[in-house]
Write a protein that binds this ligand. Structure first.
Ligand SMILES: NC(=O)c1ccc[n+]([C@@H]2O[C@H](COP(=O)([O-])OP(=O)(O)OC[C@H]3O[C@@H](n4cnc5c(N)ncnc54)[C@H](O)[C@@H]3O)[C@@H](O)[C@H]2O)c1
Length: 321
């Protein structure tokens, strides 16, 4: 291969011989380029080896990085291809953002929410795929069992479960908490998660995983949020036991504990601008998180990159003061 005089000059300054440069370039083209269209990771590792063997002259590094970028983009774009992912609370906020992201990464989704119209809207925002939606209350054992049975009938498997549906809190003194409020929060946030989990377990095989949504309120107490805290502490306790029970089968369970996330039912968003500003002052970044930022964490926890994580509680809160 012909190498330009400018290239020779700049690379000679780096202390690399022209012969070595030519050999590296030749190897790169021979090994890397024919495979660019396939997007194979094994080729990328071969290319990386060539890069390490070289003294990494800048132009060569750029070439390799470019090849790697194309190769990895092709691979990562379909990270969840052939995966069936169940997502509860998919009609809004964190559940919706995660469903959209997973669909972009190639997942086939089984989405549910108590609100049929918002669930349909989420579906319309997802990348096309053979997705399945069903609106029901996850507090119902029968409806949860039927949903999971429908997923198995349609796809014959479930790969991952995102237990996201939940009712966010209203600040209430303990004496003013009604039975209805207690039942609503505990039935959705804890029993609903249990219902879906129990129905899924018999269908899971090694490599499957759960990501369950708790909260900062599952890790620290807040006056006025006793019932919500009870439900979210419960999510962590339940999930950590599940991790120990299912870990030996290669099934992972992890927990995300978001801080203040800008969703329609966040207590401060509901209370208005002053409450949001006061909340933001408690965050080192000075802003609320976005549902999309939590979705990125969920993707990581479903992915192979987190394969040694089980029973972990991952806080995502922008740094709370
Ligand atoms: N937004 C935050 O600041 C924040 C912080 C920590 C944890 N969380 C948790 O994140 C999860 C998602 O909350 P979000 O903020 O995106 O709220 P959201 O209100 O935007 O979404 C919650 C979804 O759950 C659905 N849902 C509620 N009850 C249900 C039921 N019984 N059956 C089925 N679906 C039901 C709702 O219809 C809604 O679409 C919840 O578990 C919440 O407690 C939120």
């Amino acid at each position: 291969m012909e190498v330009s005089p400018q290239f020779r000059e700049s690379e000679d300054k780096q202390g690399v011989t022209s012969e070595l440069q030519s050999e590296i370039l030749r190897s790169t083209f021979v090994i890397g380029l024919p495979h660019l269209s396939v997007g194979s990771q094994s080729v990328w590792s071969q290319v990386k080896k060539v890069s390490i063997l070289s003294v990494i002259p800048p132009i060569f590094t750029k070439l390799v990085v470019l090849q790697g970028f194309v190769t990895l983009s092709l691979t990562m774009a379909k990270q969840f291809e052939n995966k069936i992912i169940l997502c509860t609370g998919a009609g809004s906020g964190i559940g919706r953002a995660t469903a959209i992201k997973l669909s972009q990464l190639g997942a086939t989704l089984a989405l549910t929410d108590i609100n049929p119209s918002s669930l349909s809207e989420t579906l319309s925002l997802c990348e096309d795929g053979d997705h399945f939606i069903s609106a029901f209350d996850i507090g119902s054992t029968e409806a949860s069992n039927a949903f999971v049975a429908s997923i198995i009938k349609k796809y014959s498997k479930i790969s991952h479960i995102f237990n996201c549906a939940g009712v966010n809190p209203t600040s209430l003194s303990t004496v003013s908490i009604t039975d209805e409020y207690w039942d609503k929060l505990l039935t959705t946030n804890l029993k609903g998660l249990f219902n879906i989990t129990r129905a899924c377990i018999p269908h899971l095989t090694s490599g499957a995983s759960f990501v369950n949504v708790s909260s900062i309120a599952g890790l620290r107490p807040t006056a006025g949020f006793a019932v919500y805290c009870a439900s979210k502490y419960g999510v962590i306790g339940f999930s950590k036991c599940l991790a120990l029970e299912l870990g030996p089968k290669g099934i992972r369970t992890n927990i995300v504990a978001p801080g203040y996330v800008d969703t329609p039912t966040n207590a401060s968003v509901v209370a208005g601008k002053d409450a949001v500003e006061s909340m933001e002052r408690q965050v080192s970044f000075g802003r609320m998180g976005t549902p999309d930022e939590v979705a990125d964490l969920v993707v990581f926890l479903f992915g192979d990159e987190s394969r040694y994580m089980n029973g972990s509680v991952v806080e995502i809160n922008g740094g709370l003061v």
